[in-house]
Write a protein that binds this ligand. Structure first.
Ligand SMILES: N[C@@H]1[C@@H](O)[C@H](O)[C@@H](COP(=O)(O)O)O[C@@H]1O
Length: 261
């Protein structure tokens, strides 16, 4: 696992956007797994800026969604499908056909989960999966004590996550669905490169547990320790509880030429 400490959210966005642009140079039709929430927005903005400036070519890129609420009507502005279309697909000038995600409004959501697993495999698997992290250490919507081998399935949100996400629903926690579908931790671990981005002091504890704690289902993001190619990009505030911060800074200052980010 590589840990990169950047000054702030903007710098993190620039770094990860450049990593995506470099990947697309090597593999123009890469399948990019994207995350929702506030944290990755600077990445999408920085990538769109590179596209506008002719410094990144996303024309053949494909986009895969990580998770979705269950029960929101199709087209609801806060469904993750709507969010990804609005924040990623449209600003990058991609066709909605380049985008795939689980259907949380399906009549049979469990069948939709299975279908999404098959679709990801048929698409050749995710090349780079961008992840945020919940204050409770969740990735996607894999809440604490999710199986580290889990596949795409229905989960029940913790009250903490519903409260955290109420800001997207007029601050009204009652509007936040109780159920979601999410790529499982086992599914996420199959992506070729995992990039977890965390910014702000509110994530410092979850980041420390992810990077320096034991691999344990109680902190789902700690599963990244099992992945051969995982990069954790954190700003100073999110890095503030890392005991090994000095080592991570030193290692990054001497990073080998082949390191992606
Ligand atoms: N399902 C999403 C996660 O994928 C995201 O990482 C998390 C953190 O969001 P934020 O970046 O807004 O803190 O929120 C949601 O729960």
């Amino acid at each position: 696992m590589e840990v990169v400490i950047v000054q702030d959210a903007r710098a993190g966005g620039e770094l990860v956007a450049q990593g995506i642009a470099d990947l697309l140079r090597r593999k123009p039709d890469a399948l990019l797994g994207v995350a929702t929430g506030s944290t990755p927005l600077p990445v999408y903005e920085a990538l769109a800026a590179r596209v506008r400036a002719g410094k990144a070519d996303v024309s053949r890129a494909r986009i895969a969604q990580l998770d979705e609420y269950v029960g929101l009507p199709a087209g609801h502005p806060e469904s993750y499908r709507s969010v990804v279309l609005r924040e990623v697909v449209e600003p990058l000038g991609l066709s909605p056909d380049a985008f795939m995600g689980p259907d949380g409004s399906a009549d049979d959501v469990r069948a939709a989960c299975e279908a999404y697993e098959k679709a990801l495999a048929a698409a050749g698997g995710v090349d780079l999966q961008l992840l945020g992290i919940g204050t409770d250490g969740h990735i996607g919507f894999n809440e604490p004590c999710s199986s580290l081998a889990s596949r795409t399935r229905i989960k029940t949100l913790t009250e903490q996550t519903r409260a955290d996400n109420a800001r997207f629903f007029d601050g009204d926690v009652e509007q936040v669905p109780h159920h979601v579908v999410t790529q499982g931790i086992g599914t996420i671990l199959e992506a070729r490169h995992l990039v977890l981005l965390a910014t702000g002091e509110g994530k410092a504890e979850a980041v420390a547990a992810t990077v320096e704690g034991p691999v344990a289902a109680v902190c789902p993001a700690s599963a990244l320790q099992l992945h051969p190619h995982a990069t954790v990009v954190v700003d100073e505030a999110a890095a503030s509880k890392l005991k090994l911060a000095g080592y991570f800074r030193h290692a990054y200052a001497h990073k080998p030429a082949w390191q992606d980010l």
